[in-house]
Ligand binder design. Sequence first.
Ligand code: NAI
Length: 776
Amino acid sequence: MSVKEIFETMEYGPAPESAGDALAWITDQGARFGHFIDGAFTAPSEGFESRNPATGEVLAELTQASQADVDSAVAAARRAQPGWAALGGPGRARYLYALARLMQKHARLLAVLETLDNGKPIRESRDIDIPLAQRHFYYHAGMAQLMEEELPGRVAHGVCGQIVPWNFPLLMLAWKIAPALAMGNTVVLKPAEWTSLTALCFADLCRQAGLPAGVVNIVTGDGAVGERIVAAEVDKIAFTGSTEVGRRIRTATAGRGIALTLELGGKSPYVVFEDADLDSAVEGLVDAIWFNQGQVCCAGSRLLVQEGISESFLARLRARMDKLRLGDPLDKCIDVGAIVDPVQKDRIAALVEGAGGEVYRADCPVPEGCFYPPTLISGLSPADPLMQEEIFGPVLVASTFRTPAEAIALANDTRYGLAASVWSENINTALDVAPKLEAGVIWVNGTNMFDAAAGFGGLRESGFGREGGWEGLMAYTRPAETSAPLVPRAAPQGDAVEPQAVDRTAKLYIGGKQVRPDGGYARNVHDAQGRLVGQAPIANRKDVRNAVEAARGAAGWSAATAHLRAQVLYYVGENLAARREEFAARLDRMSGEATGAAEVDAAVDRLFTYAAWADKFDGQVRSVPLRGVALAMRAPCGVIGALCPEEAPLLGFVSVMAPAIAMGNRVVLVASEPHPLAATDFYQVLETSDVPGGVVNILTGSHAELAPVLAAHMDVEAVWSFSSADLSGVIEREAAGNLKRSWVNDGRARDWHAAPGRAFLDAATEVKTVWIPYGA
Ligand code: NAI
C-alpha cells in the first residue's frame, strides 16, 4: 500500500481530550459562582446557567451582577488603583509575569474549560487562544518594565471598565487586562454571559499570584450589567463586541470625559489574485472563515476572487469544505466545533435562509444540536445584504473581480474596516494592493494572524483604538500634566460700526477658493479696545458640507510623498515669516497685548516642526513569533474636522492644521470663534504656498452650531475640538453615527506655546498593521 493510498483510506478515529479536570475544577468551586471583587469571590446569587453548546448540558450557575455588585467592584478598583500605580512598572511587571506563568502552568485546564464553555475545537483553544493569552501577559510584563523609561509623561487612566464578547473569552480578557494592568490601571471586567468560566478561572489565578486585592475585579451578567459598568464612575471603557452595542456605548459615554476604545464587527475581504498559490489560498480560507466557526470579528468572510480562476478556485474550495470535520469540540481531530449558543445558530440560519446567489453547504456529516455546516454563497452582487452584513458564522460569501483596481474598490466597499487578506505570488501585486485596502489589519498571503506585539483594531464602523503593540498602550495611558481649567473666552464687543482700518472682507476658504458663506451672514469682529476690525462670515451646515466635499476631493494629498508634504509646510512657514510684522500687529490688536510677534514666531516654528516630522513619524517593524514581520504603518485618518482653540488664534490654528496635513490628512478647520480673522488672514499664506486646493478648508462661525454638523458628517473620519465651549457631549454623541474617532479637549487649558509632543501626530494617524512573509 502506498502512502497516498494509506492517507486516502485512513479513517480518523476520535481522539477526545478529557474534560475531567475542567469539570472537577467547576465542581470544586461548587458549580455556582459569584463575582470576583476586591480579591475574593462573592457568594453566588440569582443568575443564569452557563451551558456547553456542544451538548446543551449545564456547566455551572453564574450570578447576574446587581447595581450594588458593580458599585462595589468599581469602588474596590478605585481603592486599589493608587497603590497599584505606585508599585511602579517593574513592580507590576512581576505580577504580570507571574500571571503569565500561572496561565502557562494551567494551560490545559484553561483550554478545556474554554472549549466546554464556548464550543470551539480544542485544537484551537489549546494551540491558539490560550498560548496567545499567555503571550499577551508576557509581552505586557515587558511593557510595564519599560513604561517609565519609554513612555515618559504618561500615566494610567485609573479605573477601566472592560466588556468582552464570547468568541475568544480568555484571549479577549488578556487583550484587555494585560495592557491595563501594565500601565497602572485597575479593572472591572465583564465576560460575556455565555462564556464566563475562563474569566472566573483567571480570577482564581489572580488570587494564586497574590495580586493585590481590587486590581482585577470580574463581574458576571448580561448586557444590563455591561450597561451598569458603562454608567459607573470609571475613567475608561474598553469594549469588544457588536457594532450596535459599540454605538450605544459611544453615546452613553459622550461628554463624560471617559476614554473609550471600541473593537467591533467586520466583513473582511479575502482577495485572491489569479497568480496566487491557490492551494494555500484555499487552506487560508479554512483559517479565515471556519476558524472558531466563523465567529471571528476579523474573519475573512467576503471572498473576492479574480474572474479567470474563480470557477476552479471555488471547485477546490468546495472539495476542501467537504473534508472538514464537524463534531465534538473536545475531539482533537475536529476542524469545526459548535456554535456558541442556539440563539446564534438561529441567527445565522435566518440570515442564510433568505440568501440569493448559489448556496453550497459542505457535504460533510453535521451532528445534531448546535452545529452549522460550512457554507459558501457565491454569485452575489456587491450590494447584496449578505455581502455587507456580518453573519458571524461559518458562512463565506464570494464574488469576483477583474482588475486589481476593481479588487480594491470592491474590498473597500464596506462600512467596516477591520481586516483584509491579499493573496498573490507576485510581490508587486501583493505589496501594491495591501496599503490600498482600508482596514486596520492586513495580511499578505496569510490570515487571522495575531500577536501581542502587533496592534489590532479597526477603522470606520469596526471601531477605534488599537490593542497590542506600542500603540495599544495609548489606550491605557494619558498625558500626566494637569493644567488650569480652560476658561471660555467671549468675543470682544464694541459699539463702533465703522472699521478703523482698511475694510477687510474675510471669506470662507473652501476647495482653495475664497467663498461667501451660503447663508450670506457675517458678524462684526471687534478688537480688544472694542473697535471694529472687520466682518467674519457665519458658516452654516451647507458650508460644512461643501468644505468636507472639497476635502474629500483632495485625496491626492494623502497619496503624496511625505517629502512633498514637508516641502509645502516649510513653504507655508516661510511665507508666514515673511508677513511676520503684519500678522503680529493684527494679533496685538485682537488681544490688546504685545504678544503678536512671539505668537507668529511660535507659529512659524510649529510649521517647521511638523514639516520636519512629515517624513519622520515612521512606522515600525514588529517582531512577531511567526514566519514574517508585522509592519506598523502610519496612515492618515482621511478628512479631519477640527474646532480650533479660542486662545492663541494663529498659533492654535497652525498647531491643529500642521500635524494633520503633515501626516497626509485633509482638514476642515473652524477658526477661533472670538478671533476668527487670524485664520482668514492665513488663507492668503496658504494660497501662496502650493497647498493644493481642498487640503485646508477654513470656516468661521459658531462652534456650538458647527460642531454637531462636523461630528455627524459621514464623510469625516475624525473630529477634534479645542474649543473652550463644552462641546464634548454633542461631538461624541454625534460621532457615534459612523463611529468616527473623536479627540475632545478635557476641559483643561493647553499651553499652545509649549512643544506639543507626539499627541497630535498620534491623533492624526491610524496604525495599520500589515503582516508580510519574511524569512523562512
Ligand atoms: P454583543 O455586542 O451584544 O455582546 C458583547 C458583550 O457586550 C457581551 O459581554 C454583552 O453582555 C455585552 N453587552 C451587550 N449589550 C450591552 C450594553 N448595552 N452595554 C454594555 N455591554 C453590553 O454581541 P452579541 O449579542 O453577543 O452578538 C451579536 C452579534 O454581535 C454577533 O452575531 C456578531 O455579529 C457581533 N459580535 C461581534 C464580536 C466581535 O468580536 N467583533 C463579538 C461578539 C459579537
